[in-house]
Structures are given as structure tokens and as C-alpha cells.
Design a protein around this ligand. Structure first.
Ligand SMILES: [Zn+2]
Length: 720
């Protein structure tokens, strides 16, 4: 706590870049000094690759938190794995004509690689189709069954007569009874987030055959959530009012206030973990029952590999369990899984569930099915070795309290104006000048000036300020402070101007460079949770190896160690940490998104219904000809109209056409078009139009000519 008190003093007598509001307002939550941490990140569902929304909402914050805790010397198990059961995977397999195992093998590989590529430092990444998990989930269910924690009920479930099978959760779509969304699933409405039973849906439809399902009797096991309302009220509504995020707390409260109902934890399905009790034939555990147990299985795998005991990580009161998830998973992690843990009886409950809101892309909701996303594997093809830039931008823009937007413009600006211009520029100056003046050897400092004293004091305060933000899951704020430390260094050099002083006061320059090197060194350490690749590169550049030989945790040495990088230490050569991102690169990304929009629009485009029947006589009344545009001019003071002179082969006449928003005059002169020549003339804005040019539009709504523009077709040719 000493550095904490120390930085409070600092705020009184200086103006600073450091943002102390967090500390001033803040109670630093130091709940019970846990002996160990179990950190889980939502199990990604293996029916597609992962995109920036997943990274921003769950994996980057969980990784920052875990890396930070390890750097503080804590005992951490950071676990995750692929969620490989459930109906969408079986639907996808059916569609692609492969087995569900093929689907999960493919995406597990892609997802796992993306996490490795982006430096997400899981201690273990497991799979729910693995044996450890099947055994663990099966035993979990069996214990609850034997302890009488389930209700067994024969109910009527939706059944698809055509497919000859029961329709569990995602096999049914229909209208949400709460918000009216017509594409709600049988387990959840993705529009309003309400968790549903398939029979709640209005106008249900089978997702397999499209048939209207019938009701058929089947026997299932239910978790009586209603019996746990008092427990949930006491534990969350009373116990976590102060420390849970308001978006999470609010959602949980509204569910509890609405009243909870029993939920089936088994399904009639053949893909999943078989129900391990009598009467369970042909049934599997509901994917939402088995998936969160995957955190436990993953911890077991890790412990076994490391020669540790897994149980304290899940059963000891001195363990702090934290679930990182997106807001669509709140009900499962704050109500269903805790009730399972409580009912089982041997497990601890999560201390916090810092769920994030959603990230949008260029103003529109990210969507896997609509391909509206920046896929991680594709990002790396376009921006090789720039993982930290994406991590940085996603954290700077993290949807911590409300939905947020990712735009390529912001991505470019944050890279060029912050990472390159501040962080990168400062490091480059320090390393280049140290090499130039001292052959890369850290100089011996003289007496500190007042500015030096102040700068070093400020530097030493940063770790506790950043820690305070991270401990309250405010990763955006924490990263903002990291950048402020780089700003401090940049400003110090700009103010002290060693490159000028070197001609007049060599001794003073030694002190300046020494102080600047301390800041660079602090940045190499403190940036690790946020920018792990940059941190490693910078440590290598500064030739930092094993700086904590006395076993002080890395995070703390900044505040406590006299010299982070001592005089006489040899550093390496300068390497660029970040590089400027050019406009062309951004245009390429925007074009990619435009292409997606067009493709989606074409998919969604529905043909208009056929008009009334026209007789052959009706048709032959129309005199359609090929014409050539010989003059074109936008009509003044109108947005849409263009005055064309058209050679119809019969004459040269004026046609007014509403195409000015889609074409430039010079681009259409000489173009062959289809003209209805015997349309009764009419005046448009005072100009008489004698005919009509036939147009249609493409998927994006742009007008295009109905095109007779082939070689050898002469003006005046009739169309019939
Ligand atoms: Zn709804």
C-alpha cells in the first residue's frame, strides 16, 4: 500500500498526465487476498472462426487480466476451450454433408491458432468433445442426479414428423413472445437476449425441414431454477451490488425479478454427452449444461500436465473465480452455472462476471452468418505481425459499458497518432540516441533536476494506478494510463532536448538519457499485459533479461527498484515497434466490406411479384428501339434529372431521364440504350421528354442500363 499512499500525495502538487480520478473516487477492491485465481474465458462455439468482436469482448480483457496477475506474482489458472456440442454444429454438419466431428475438428484448429497468433496466454485450451470433459460433465450430472437435485418430467416437446426427431432448442425458430423478433431460437432470442424454452415460441418452425412441428411426449431432467431464487437474490442482488458491472447486475436483476422457471438440462439428440443415468438412452446433456463444466475439465487437464492438484482452483474458498464473457452469455454464467455449482455442493462461486457489451463493425452488428466481421486469420494476412495494433485498438475501444463501434478509420488513427507517434517515437529516440552518444551503454547519471525528480516519481506511481483500473476490470482506462506513461517519456525528451544540449552540456545529457531509459524500461514491463509482442520486442531491444533476479514480481519492481536499467548496461539497436498504416490499406479493407454488403444484398434481394397479365396486343403496342445517346447534360437545379439527346434511328430526340445521381454525362455519351419511343411525350421541369430509356438496378440500388450495347446492333433496331 505504500506506493498507493505515495501517489495520492503526488496529486496535490503537480499537474500531470496521470489520471488519478480512479484512485480518488475508488475503493480499491482487495477482497480477501485470494491465494489463487481461476480465470475463465467463454468457450468459443466451434461452428465458425473467431472475429474481432470475440477478441474485444472476451479474450483480450481476460488475457490482460491474467497476464497482469501473473506479473504480480499470483498463482493463476487461465483456462478456455472449444465448445463442441449442441445443435448448430449438427445443423452445419448436415448442410455440408460431413460429420459433426469433422466440423468441430476444423474450427477448433482455426480458433486455437487464432488465439496463439494473438498472444492469448491460456494455461490450457481444451475441447468439450475430449474424454476428460465427457467424464467430468458426466460425473457432475450423476452427482446432482443422485442427490435428487433434478426434477424428472415427461413433457410434450416439439417433434418434426418429417425428420422423425424431437426438435431441441436451435432446431426450432419462431417469434419471440417477449419482443416479437420472428427469428428467435428455441433456447434464446438473440434480439432481446431472453432465454426461452422451444415451446414458448409463437408460430414455431422446424429448422431441419421447415415443417410445423407437432407435440410428442418425452422424458427429461430439469434444473429447478425457481428453487434457487432466494440464493441468487442473497448472493448477487445483495452481495454483489457494489462490485459487479452495472450492465451485468441489471440483466441478472431483471431475470430474477421476472421469476425463474425450471429448465431442461437434457435433450433428445445424438451429438453430445450421453445422459449417464437410467432412462437416458438417446438423450444427451444440454450443451449449456455441459459447456461451463468445460472450464473445470480444462483446469483438470492443465493441472495434470503441470503436476498440480486441480481441486483448490475450483473448491477452495481462497480462490477467486472470474468468468470473462460477452453479454449474450450472462444468464448462463450468472444464473444457470452458479445454480449448478451450488446444487452440486462442492464448488466455489464466481467472484465476478465482468461481461462486456457488443462491438459493432462500421456501425453494423457483427455477424458470422452475414460475414460482417474482421476475421482474425484474415487480419493477419493483411497486417502481418501487427497483432498488438489490433489488441490496442480493441482495448482502446472496448465495449465495457455500452456497445461500441470498430471503424478502420479509428484503427488507422490510433495506430498512427498513438502507437507510432507517441509510444514508438519515444522508444526510437531513446534507443537511437543511446547508441549514438554512448555506443548503446546506459550512461551514469548526475544529480537529478527538479523535473527529473518529478518525472521519476510519476513513473513509479504508474503501476499502482494501472493496477487499480485492471482490478476493477477497466481495461480501457488501464491502457489509457499505459499510453500516458509513453506520453510522459515523449514530453520529457521534447522538453529537455538532449539533441541540442549535447553540444553544450554533455554531463546533463547523460542524466536525461538515463531518466528516459528508465521510462523505456518501465514501458517494456508494464506494456506486457496489453501489448505482449511489443513488450517482448522492446525487452529484447533493451537487452532486458531476468531483471527480477531477486524474485520481486515484475509488476512491482517499477515502483520499488532503484534502477530499472542500470548505468553500464548495454542495450541493443533500434528496431521499429510500430509502422504507419497508409490510406490504401484502409481502402482495401473498406472495399472488402463493401463487397460483403453487395453479396449480402444480392442474397437478400427478392424479385417483385409478377404484374397483371398483358396480352400480346398490349405488348406490340410498345415500340421499343435501340438508340444511341449523343448528348447528355445534367438538368440545372435538379438532383436526379438528366437531359439526353438520343439518336433513335428515326430521329434525334430529347429524353429526360432520372439517372443523374448514378451516371456522369461524359460517361454515357455514345452509349447504346433501349428506348420506348412511342410513349406519349410529357414535360419534366419545362423540358419535353419524348420517350423513355429502359433501366434496371443492381443489388446495391445503382441504376444500370438494360443493355443492347453489342457490336453490330444499329440504332433504330426494334426490340421484340
Ligand atoms: Zn426477443
Amino acid at each position: 500500500m505504500s506506493s498507493f499512499a505515495f501517489c495520492k500525495n503526488l496529486t496535490r502538487n503537480r499537474t500531470s498526465l496521470l489520471n488519478f480520478t480512479a484512485l480518488k473516487k475508488g475503493h480499491r477492491i482487495m477482497n480477501k487476498n485470494p491465494q489463487r485465481f481461476t480465470i475463465t474465458a467463454a468457450l468459443p462455439y466451434t461452428n465458425g472462426p473467431i472475429h474481432i468482436g470475440h477478441l474485444a469482448g472476451v479474450y483480450v480483457p481476460a488475457d490482460i487480466y491474467s497476464r497482469f496477475l501473473r506479473m504480480q506474482g499470483h498463482d493463476v489458472a487461465f483456462v478456455c476451450g472449444s465448445d463442441e456440442h449442441g445443435v448448430p454444429i449438427t445443423i452445419k454438419a448436415k448442410k455440408e454433408g460431413v460429420t459433426p466431428q469433422d466440423v468441430v475438428d476444423k474450427y477448433n484448429g482455426i480458433i486455437k491458432k487464432s488465439f496463439e497468433d494473438f498472444g492469448v496466454s491460456f494455461d490450457n485450451y481444451s475441447r468439450t468433445s475430449g474424454k476428460t470433459h465427457h467424464d467430468t460433465a458426466s460425473a457432475f450430472f450423476k452427482k446432482m442426479y443422485e442427490d435428487g437435485k433434478f426434477i424428472e418430467e415427461t413433457t410434450k416437446q416439439l417433434y418434426d414428423e418429417e425428420a422423425g426427431q424431437f426438435l431441441a432448442d436451435r432446431f426450432v425458430t419462431g417469434t419471440c413472445p417477449k419482443c416479437g423478433n420472428e427469428e428467435a431460437y428455441g433456447d434464446q432470442c438473440e434480439s432481446c437476449g431472453t432465454s426461452l424454452n422451444a415451446t414458448d415460441l409463437i408460430n414455431p418452425k422446424s429448422a431441419i425441414t421447415g415443417a410445423v412441428p407437432t407435440l410428442k411426449e418425452t422424458r427429461h431432467w430439469f434444473l429447478p431454477l425457481d428453487q434457487y431464487e432466494d440464493f441468487l437474490k442473497e448472493w448477487i442482488l445483495k452481495g454483489h451490488k457494489a462490485d459487479w458491472k452495472s450492465n451485468v447486475y441489471g440483466q441478472v436483476k431483471s431475470w430474477i425479478d421476472d421469476g425463474l422457471r425450471a429448465r431442461a438440462v437434457t435433450r433428445d439428440l445424438d451429438w453430445g454427452i450421453p445422459v449417464p443415468v437410467e432412462g437416458g438412452d438417446g438423450k444427451v446433456l444440454y450443451v449449456w449444461f455441459d459447456a461451463p463444466i468445460g472450464y473445470i475439465s480444462s483446469t483438470k487437464e492443465w493441472a495434470e500436465r503441470e503436476g498440480k492438484d486441480w481441486e483448490p482452483y475450483w473448491k477452495d474458498e481462497n480462490t477467486k473465480l472470474v468468468h470473462f464473457i460477452g453479454k449474450d452469455n450472462i444468464v448462463f454464467h450468472c444464473i444457470i452455472f452458479p445454480v449448478m455449482l451450488k446444487a452440486h455442493g462442492e464448488f466455489i462461486l464466481p467472484e465476478n462476471v465482468p461481461a462486456n457489451e457488443f462491438l459493432n463493425l462500421e456501425g453494423k452488428k457483427l455477424s458470422t452468418s452475414k460475414n460482417w466481421a474482421v476475421w482474425l486469420h484474415e487480419y493477419l494476412e493483411d497486417f502481418p505481425d501487427q497483432q498488438d495494433v489490433l489488441r490496442y485498438v480493441l482495448t482502446a475501444n472496448a465495449p465495457e459499458t455500452k456497445d461500441n463501434d470498430f471503424t478502420w478509420k479509428d484503427f488507422q488513427a490510433r495506430n498512427n497518432n498513438e502507437l507510432v507517434a507517441i509510444f514508438g517515437n519515444f522508444i526510437n529516440r531513446v534507443v537511437v540516441l543511446t547508441n549514438k552518444y554512448y555506443n548503446g551503454i546506459v550512461p551514469e547519471p548526475g544529480t537529478y533536476s527538479e523535473v527529473d525528480e518529478k518525472t521519476v516519481a510519476e513513473l513509479k506511481a504508474y503501476p499502482s494506478v494501472i493496477a487499480s483500473s485492471i482490478e476493477r476490470y477497466r481495461f480501457r482506462e488501464a491502457q489509457g494510463e499505459l499510453m500516458n506513461l509513453a506520453r510522459l517519456g515523449n514530453k520529457y525528451l521534447a522538453d529537455e532536448e538532449p539533441w541540442k544540449l549535447i553540444k553544450t552540456d554533455e554531463e546533463r545529457v547523460k542524466t536525461i538519457m538515463y531518466v528516459a531509459l528508465q521510462i523505456a524500461s518501465a514501458l517494456s514491463i508494464i506494456s506486457e499485459p496489453f501489448l505482449p509482442f511489443t513488450s517482448a520486442k522492446l525487452k529484447k531491444m533493451l537487452n532486458h533479461v531476468d531483471e527480477n533476479s531477486d524474485n520481486t514480481p515484475d509488476w512491482d519492481i517499477i515502483g520499488t527498484k532503484e534502477a530499472l536499467i542500470p548505468a553500464g548496461h548495454q542495450i541493443g539497436k533500434a528496431e521499429l515497434l510500430f509502422s504507419k498504416i497508409e490510406d490504401e490499406q484502409m481502402e482495401k479493407q473498406l472495399e472488402k466490406l463493401e463487397a460483403t454488403k453487395t453479396a449480402n444484398a444480392m442474397k437478400d434481394q427478392k424479385a417483385e411479384p409478377q404484374k397483371e397479365i398483358a396480352t400480346f396486343e398490349d405488348f406490340t403496342k410498345m415500340d421499343l428501339r435501340v438508340g444511341t445517346i449523343i448528348e447528355a447534360e445534367k438538368m440545372p437545379k435538379t438532383k436526379k434529372l438528366m437531359v439526353l439527346k438520343v439518336d433513335t434511328g428515326i430521329d434525334k430526340r430529347t429524353v429526360v431521364s432520372g439517372i443523374a445521381e448514378h451516371f456522369k454525362a461524359e460517361d454515357i455519351i455514345g452509349k447504346k440504350v433501349t428506348v420506348l419511343v412511342n410513349l406519349a411525350p410529357r414535360k419534366l421541369r419545362g423540358v419535353e421528354s419524348e420517350g423513355m430509356i429502359l433501366m434496371t438496378e443492381n443489388a446495391e440500388g445503382k441504376l444500370v442500363f438494360v443493355n443492347p450495347d453489342e457490336d453490330g446492333v444499329k440504332s433504330g433496331t426494334t426490340i421484340n
